[in-house]
Write a protein that binds this ligand. Structure first.
Ligand code: NAI
Ligand code: MG
Length: 361
């Protein structure tokens, strides 16, 4: 049977960028005999409008049963005053939590045509293609004890960095598996010089490597030095694996090596399902962009590249993923620019649908 895909387009520009992805999915079915069983459903404000909740139990069940979920974006001013429990973002949080998506993949990929968009020198970023794997469900954002307590005559803010061996092991495995499909190189980042959780992190990553992934090249780096190396010469990396906090910082910094928010895809992976594929949610990094929603201005590339990640990491279609990425690269090299990518004067931006047309062509 065909691989299954659940599309949750969401709010704002979500449905606009997703409709271009939908055309590309259909193209694969018609031209590459790569058909998907696609179902579509509501998430975020769109779900709240119909059901009064940002994600129904039925949609949650569907998400658990498909091979991959593709999400657009959620949120918007219309929903800003809603009660916290039914805010659009809660739909996305519920998906991530119940699917237990502990491994967040954030690529930083720099297409040659956009290298001048970077704040770094062209030769430092042109052709850059790295992925940061961030642990997403544990660490200091979740550790107990936490809180603001009174201590004597002043208050103390407390958070706890806490990682179990199994939490480190599963995200390490996910990084090594990823590296095998790419440049076969992993750099693990922590602060083993000053943090016990860092010492354990380094030990466990090394052990998983030695036992099961000795074919992958592994190095370790302190996260602060890693931040410096990311800015100095990012092309030295292939896959970087790190914890929730360091990954939050490093992935945002790395993303901006390469330019616009409209270009950045992501994947969140969980444990392998019965068919061996990881549970997976693919989504652009950007939000619902209410300022440009409904105007045909949105750049669909982040969402399209998220589907390319799905092809590669959920469906073992690395060649077809490259085909799609090459099409994006060619269209950019040819000068097509949505409004967010405009630098040069005198260039007329293409619309969301025109960008889709050119990539399909
Ligand atoms: P945003 O990412 O929606 O927009 C930030 C800026 O980037 C805006 O000027 C927007 O026009 C531009 N932009 C974003 N994506 C673009 C694209 N594909 N093409 C062209 N320009 C693009 O972030 P913002 O404005 O902070 O949040 C807007 C709403 O989105 C809020 O309700 C927020 O909660 C939600 N949000 C949802 C996320 C998600 O669904 N994963 C992530 C971030 C924000
Ligand atoms: Mg962040």
């Amino acid at each position: 049977s065909n691989p299954s895909l659940l599309i949750l387009a969401g709010d704002g520009i979500g449905p606009e960028v997703m409709s271009q992805v939908r055309r590309i999915i259909d193209w694969y079915g018609e031209n590459r005999s790569l058909a998907f069983d696609v179902s579509e459903d509501l998430v975020g404000g769109a779900a709240y409008d119909v059901h009064g909740v940002p994600l129904t139990d039925e949609t949650m069940e569907k998400a658990q049963s498909v091979d991959a979920v593709l999400l657009g974006a959620v949120g918007g001013p219309k929903y800003d005053d809603l009660d916290f429990s039914v805010k659009p973002e809660r739909g996305l949080l519920r998906l991530r939590k119940e699917m237990d998506l502990f491994s967040n993949l954030r690529p930083a990929q720099c297409f040659d045509a956009l290298a001048d968009f970077s704040s770094l020198k062209r030769d430092v970023v042109a052709g850059l293609d790295i992925v940061i794997v961030r642990e997403l469900t544990s660490g200091i954002y979740f550790g107990e004890p936490r809180g603001i307590i009174q201590e004597g005559n002043e208050r103390v803010g407390i958070n706890t960095q806490r990682y179990t061996e199994s939490e480190i092991e599963r995200v390490a495995r996910s990084a090594f598996e990823l590296a095998r499909r790419r440049g076969n190189k992993v750099c693990s980042m922590e602060k083993a010089n000053v943090m016990e959780s860092g010492i354990l992190w380094r030990e466990v990553v090394q052990k998983v490597h030695d036992e099961d992934y000795a074919d992958v090249e592994l190095s370790h780096m302190y996260a602060d030095a890693g931040a410096m190396q990311l800015c100095r010469w990012p092309k030295q990396f292939d896959v970087i694996v790190t914890d929730n906090l360091f990954g939050d910082l490093l992935s945002d910094a790395a993303a901006m090596l390469t330019g616009s928010l409209g270009m950045l895809p992501s994947a969140s992976l969980g444990a392998p399902m019965a068919n061996g594929r990881p549970k997976a949610l693919y989504e652009p990094v950007h939000g619902s962009a209410p300022d440009i929603a409904g105007q045909g201005k949105a750049n669909p590339i982040a969402c399209i590249l998220s589907f390319a990640m799905a092809l590669r990491y959920s469906f073992d279609q690395g060649d077809e993923a490259s085909r799609l990425e090459n099409a994006v690269e060619a269209v950019l090299a040819d000068g097509a620019r949505t409004a967010d990518l405009l630098g040069e004067e005198g260039v007329t931006p293409v619309t969301t649908a025109e960008m889709g047309d050119r990539i399909l062509a």
